[in-house]
Design a protein around this ligand. Sequence first.
Ligand code: NGQ
Ligand code: ZN
Length: 457
Amino acid sequence: MKSVFAEQVMLADGWNDNVTIQIDDQGCIAAVRTGQKPGTAEQAGGPVIPGMSNVHSHAFQRAMAGLAERIGSPEDSFWTWREVMYSFLQRLDPDQVHAIAAQLYAEMLSNGYTSVGEFHYLHHAPGGRPYARSTEMAFALLRAAAETGIAITLLPSLYAYSGFGDAPLRGTQTRFATTPESLLGMLRDLRGTCAGNPEIRLGVAPHSLRAVNPAMLKDLLAGVDAFDRTAPIHIHVAQIIKEVNDCLTWSEKRPAQWLLDNMPVDARWCLVHCTNVSTPETEKLAASGAVVGLCPTTGANLGDGTFPFARYREKQGRFAIGGDIHVSQTPVEELRWLEYNQRLALRRRNIAASESSPSVGTFLWREAASGGAQALGRKAGSIAPGRRADLVVLDGAHINLAGRRGDALLDSLVFCGSERMVRHAMVGGRWVVRDGHHLEEGAIAARYAKVRSALMA
Ligand code: NGQ
Ligand code: ZN
């Protein structure tokens, strides 16, 4: 058992002063007491907030961030970006993916993310040949998580078709080829290693309605239920207009509507993007209890559109944030863009705030952390007994935070400047970032630099 003391801590009911957080040997919060004296507890060294979840990651894409910003055609869009991405992933091997993911996870931790949802579809070797062990790539990602100390929810992805109506996979997509049976086999293989490790959770990710069919989706869900009734289920939904139109042609329903009508969408689901949804869909999504996994910097980078967050928030919809293509590695930028998208679209300010929760920064951080933990099936996302001790200590002496208290700290963190304001980070009771630096960042960055040079050669 250990105790951490901080003068200011953001608890589920808001900011509290002089708080002692007691953490048991399993990495769970055992008790939280306010109005304490430091005593013999370890001093946190700054204001403490719950760690953030990055619920949507394709880790390998970190290494191509910034390399798709040149014109290919006047019609550049998600689809031409995807061609660049497909050619980038063509030769990636498990050791390279491990090096890239470790770099990404170390960066994320030093920016305040303490857990990641890895939406993993790069299963096979170049050409689509399966590795000797079908989970080889999955283990590369798990190694990166273990090395950096980030908590991971690994979501092996079912990817069977190139489009609606069972269109066969094309070219590079053979590296993703999976069936419900093969995917469940991977889960069984992974389970042996992951069981009992509180920093690993397994779920599934049918890639999107365009990449699976309804029969497969049902088989996958039945198989997963037999394995773990609470395993998280993630799926890309309505990211791009073409996908919405193709879905309408195929089923006469929009993707979010189709899912809500045909699948048991509930609190166990994370619907990623939902960029192009109608107002009725937005309201039904909010009522479903599912988490919408919002990736604002990705949506902006790819020109996807904006999720109707203002309406969704009015209906108390659950949400979380994801880095997706990793043009940003910090939760600050995702939260800021989430709010700014709506300010620009609606010509109003302070969209995420309300009378009962007047601070935009506090609302965004608190709700995204809590929704994120839900989406990752992790007992975390707030500082309370029974939750994992996933904590972020802010640098209270930073020029943007000095002299601020409570809500003003998070408003400043989210809306002022772009320097790092995270001082320390803890995952499951273990410090992994100290004084702004991930403990292994030197070795991880050196290895990543080599991999990056090899990839660029
Ligand atoms: C992905 N991109 O899963 O990485 C997709 C493109 C595909 C995003 N949703 C991959 N950001 O469609 O095959
Ligand atoms: Zn994605």
